[in-house]
Write a protein that binds this ligand. Structure first.
Ligand SMILES: Cc1cc2nc3c(=O)[nH]c(=O)nc-3n(C[C@H](O)[C@H](O)[C@H](O)COP(=O)(O)O)c2cc1C
Length: 185
């Protein structure tokens, strides 16, 4: 039997990321779980207009997306609890910069993507920032045979429905492969 849940959003788990931006001349990091994949090199992040970070993304037209590992769960949660308006969140991590120069990235996060801002979609309560990945940086330690190995990355998966962070499970099957068994002929 199906239970109707109204319009409850169920597109979870989502990777929890730390978005970096330069705000008032300083690195600031904000926890974001509502992000979308647009094609192979663009992404959208949905950020409530009230956040401190938005102005920095608008000003410098760039931001970073950092993927924290499970051990950074407390700091990741903290960046989603406090605002850069009151607390200097830049001092929580070691920051580095890439070619865009104004998109602060977190050394402790195994994967970092610096993004150019392409477009802002003006939702009633959110700025939807659409960015294009300019460069991606990855710790060698989380790669296997030259490929990013998410078992080693240990991303923090967010579920809004139970307001919890989850861990990644095991590999289920190979994509574009397991279904071949059902092909006729
Ligand atoms: C797990 C988690 C996920 C979050 N995801 C989002 C999100 O997708 N969009 C958003 O606008 N705020 C999100 N937030 C809230 C912001 O991270 C939070 O309000 C933050 O303190 C704003 O920081 P700032 O004022 O320094 O920009 C999330 C918070 C947590 C804890």
């Amino acid at each position: 039997m199906k239970v109707e849940l109204g319009n409850t959003f169920c597109l979870y788990p989502m990777p929890t990321v730390l978005v970096g931006a330069t705000v008032n001349g300083k690195a600031n990091y904000i926890t974001i779980a509502h992000l979308g994949v647009l094609g192979m090199s663009s992404l959208a992040i949905s950020m409530a207009k009230a956040h401190y970070t938005n102005a920095g993304i608008r000003e410098h037209r760039c931001f970073s997306v950092n993927i924290p590992s499970a051990e950074l769960v407390a700091k990741t949660d903290y960046c989603g609890l406090v605002s850069g308006r009151e607390v200097d969140k830049g001092i929580l991590f070691e920051t580095f910069y890439g070619s865009l120069q104004r998109a602060p990235m977190i050394t402790e996060c195994p994967i970092n993507m610096e993004c150019r801002l392409n477009e802002i979609i003006d939702f009633p309560r959110h700025d939807i920032f659409i960015g294009e990945v300019a460069a991606t940086y990855c710790d060698e330690a989380v790669m296997t045979d030259g490929v990013v190995d998410f078992a080693k990355v240990r991303p923090i998966l967010f579920v809004m429905n139970d307001k919890s962070y989850w861990k990644l499970g095991e590999r289920l099957a190979k994509a574009w492969d397991v279904g071949k068994a059902l092909k006729k002929g």
